[in-house]
Design a protein around this ligand. Structure first.
Ligand code: FES
Length: 275
């Protein structure tokens, strides 16, 4: 898998871990709240009760001695308040629950937005562009454009694929056989230097690619010649469609090591960089 795919998988894994973590925290917080189903919630309730009160009217003077229970009384209806306990379902959502849920919803919204933004940034465009299959056009015309009248080479640069199309040697060196990196007699070389990733420009004078950052040099077919680059230029898997057009699979990169012997001569003239 390419580095982008690994990054994508990593972001997805982090997103899933974050969501699981948020759920675990939410469940724990809910379990520690004092509003668990088995714990009742005190509320005030008002009701009318009948009470016996002393009857109104002239009162006789109470004789000395222990109180007697023959005092005249009357029934009176009064409103009283009392505290009763109800279940959380009866009590409704508490303020703490409301804020906990709002916090969780905000966190989930943020994670979702972040995840979608990351995916849209990393996911290859379905309609073309780097990371997808790029149609470079008729391979015969591409091949013609790469060969000058004097026999020198000028690669065709395709910005959408970040690739140089160059002619492949005939016969094809054994190291490239069976790797699907040649179609219609051309390679598609990745423009990125294998040292630290600078874009490597073409040098017509030397007939090779020369990196201006630290001086790595490669032949016309991207084979390593000199400099700090650890390997030759990377190349893309290519194929021809039924119309004879070159399809560059920019999501599939094939690496080529340094070689003991170049398969095409380099340099063929003065260098374009002074490193
Ligand atoms: S990035 Fe090309 S030589 Fe260092």
């Amino acid at each position: 898998m390419s580095a982008d795919i690994w990054i994508l998988v990593g972001v997805a894994a982090v997103g899933v871990a974050a969501v699981v973590g948020a759920l675990v925290v939410a469940v724990r917080r809910r379990g520690s709240e004092p509003f668990a189903p088995e714990v009742a919630t005190p509320v005030r309730e008002r009701e009318l009760v009948s009470v016996a009160v002393p009857a109104e009217g002239p009162t006789e003077e109470t004789p000395p001695g222990p109180p007697v229970d023959d005092t005249p009384t009357q029934i009176e209806v009064r409103e009283v308040a009392r505290v009763v306990e109800v279940s959380p379902e009866q009590a409704g959502v508490t303020r703490r629950q409301f804020f906990n849920r709002a916090l969780g919803a905000t966190f989930a919204t943020f994670l979702t937005g972040f995840g979608l933004a990351s995916l849209s940034f990393l996911w290859p465009k379905l309609t073309g562009g780097f990371g997808s299959d790029v149609n470079a056009g008729k391979v015969d015309e591409l091949l013609k454009k790469t060969v000058n009248d004097d026999g020198t080479i000028t690669p065709v640069y395709l910005p959408e694929a970040k690739a140089y199309v160059v002619p492949a040697p005939d016969p094809l060196p054994a190291i490239y056989e069976g790797k699907n990196v040649v179609a219609g007699g051309v390679f598609a070389l990745y423009q990125r230097c294998t040292h630290l990733g600078c874009r490597v420009p073409w040098c017509g004078a030397s007939q090779g690619f020369e990196c201006p950052c630290h001086g790595s040099k490669y032949s016309v077919i991207g084979e390593y010649f000199t400099g700090p680059a650890p390997r030759s230029l990377d190349r893309f898997v290519v194929e021809l469609n039924d119309a004879g057009e070159l399809i560059i699979k920019t999501g599939q990169i094939v690496q080529t090591p340094r070689l003991d012997r170049l398969n095409v001569p380099y340099p063929q003239g003065p260098s374009c960089i002074d490193i």
